[in-house]
Write a protein that binds this ligand. Structure first.
Ligand code: PHE
Length: 443
């Protein structure tokens, strides 16, 4: 293997790639961001639009990013340079690198909260249970302890940096092959407990009874951003992961599997949070924002068998799910400096992580700042990134070479549909939503 390849590494198997891509996709976006965003946007109608976006926009966009990555074997900036030399398209890669950096800066704050909750679980805090109001106070106490919040954020970034620096992603992937199924079982357990609580039906109603009159432009824009965020799209994470996949791996099946599990886990999170929230009389807090998941869970752990262990295991596994996502965010930025600026992986990792830590401080100390960063980068920058990537594949690089890359000699069933979606539907849908937001149309 040439030195250059050794520096970049690669997945040794298709399974390794699926695990890494699923690891990137599944994280706080599913467990933390999806429920509170659904809560703020009225529930069922939001979820319906979200599902439509996953199938008709995100899945095509996921194919497109993987194709760009595998065709070029490069991270975002280099990939656009390779496919469209001497053009401005490389700035789309640059936007992605910056967006990844900015997302990491608030994502690691929330991951820090998970570490804080792990500490609480270990201290037996949830063993006796508590009501929504007490739980909510405890959340506020954690996020307003500025020193603690900064420390936990830094701790999580350090963990991420250690993995990315050492290039031991392989180990993490193999571990998540065992750990994520366990996480899944815990989530199913929590969901069953939650929906069988007395009074849970109001939560189910909120989740499933679609009221189309709630479908406003802000709700649609929220669903759009959430769908891209949850699938790690619009900033080049999947381009980067695609660049590590061998030519022989079949992409379409892998992409569908990743999107399916990511969506399933988000739905499970909804099934855990809303029935429990309403059953515990916290229905009024449904629009309460960033604290939703952290507030609801401590009220139900004690009602599960082995509640103490359950809570500890839950936060450990959620932390690992978050880690496999922060790894992918950091990897995009680090590989930019390695591939394009000639830095060593070591230097790139430490410089980027430290800079990210500095940028995370405003979010770690002020939840409104976190919310702002989340909206600008987690919602709009990703939507715009996905728009530009779909325009690039549909109109500049071309659907033919992209499709050939995706198919790898084995024609896939919906090839023409994919080409239509990526050329017309993705760009138009995103433009319509963004223009409507800019014009301030609210219904
Ligand atoms: N998809 C990740 C999650 O849901 C977050 C993420 C967004 C990761 C963008 C990489 C890129 O938690």
């Amino acid at each position: 293997m040439a030195l250059k390849e050794q520096q970049r590494g690669g997945f040794t198997s298709r399974m390794g790639f699926i695990l890494a891509a699923a690891g990137s996709a599944i994280g706080l976006g599913n467990i933390w961001r999806f429920p509170y965003t659904a809560g703020e946007n009225g529930g069922a109608a939001f979820i319906l639009v979200y599902l439509i976006f996953v199938v008709f926009l995100c899945l095509p966009a996921l194919f497109a990013e993987l194709a760009i990555g595998r065709a070029t074997g490069k991270s975002p900036v280099g990939a656009f340079k390779a496919l469209a030399p001497e053009s401005l398209w490389k700035f789309v890669g640059g936007l992605g690198v910056f967006t990844g950096f900015a997302i990491l800066a608030f994502y690691s704050v929330v991951a820090g909260w998970v570490l804080g909750y792990l500490g609480k679980a270990l201290a037996g805090h949830f063993s006796a249970g508590m009501d929504i109001a007490t739980s909510s106070e405890q959340f506020t106490a954690l996020i307003t302890s500025k020193g603690l919040s900064i420390g936990l954020t830094g701790g999580f970034l350090l963990l991420t940096a250690l993995v990315v620096r050492g290039g031991i992603q392989g180990g993490i992937e193999r571990a998540s092959k065992i750990l994520m199924p366990i996480f899944f079982v815990l989530l199913v357990g929590l969901a069953i407990r939650s929906v069988t609580l007395e009074g849970a039906s109001a939560g189910l109603y909120f989740l499933f009874a679609v009221d189309l009159s709630k479908l406003t432009i802000p709700v649609v824009a929220g669903a759009l951003g959430q769908a891209f965020f949850s699938l790690s799209l619009g900033m080049g994470a999947m381009i980067t992961y695609g660049s590590y996949v061998g030519k022989e791996a079949r992409l379409p099946g892998a992409a569908v599997a990743v999107a399916f599990f990511d969506t399933l886990i988000a739905m499970l999170a909804g099934l855990i949070i809303f029935p429990a929230l309403f059953a515990k009389g916290g229905g009024a807090q449904v629009t309460g924002g960033e604290g939703l998941v952290f507030t609801v869970l401590p009220t139900i752990f004690h009602e599960l068998p082995a509640g103490f262990l359950f809570a500890v295991a839950f936060y450990v596994l959620l932390g690992i799910a978050a880690l496999t996502s922060t790894i992918s965010l950091l990897e995009v930025v680090v590989s930019y400096f390695v591939d394009e600026q000639g830095w060593t992986r070591e230097r790139s990792t430490w410089v980027v992580s430290f800079a990210c830590f500095l940028l995370s401080i405003p979010s770690a100390t002020n939840v409104s700042f976190l919310a702002l960063q989340n909206t600008i980068f987690g919602k709009y920058a990703l939507s715009i990134g996905a728009l530009l990537i779909s325009l690039f594949v549909g109109w500049k690089w071309g659907v033919r070479p992209a499709l050939a890359e995706i198919e790898g000699g084995r024609p896939m069933p919906f090839g023409r549909l994919w080409a239509f979606l990526i050329r017309y539907v993705c760009p138009l849908a995103i433009v319509v939503v963004i223009v409507a937001v800019i014009l301030g149309i609210s219904t």
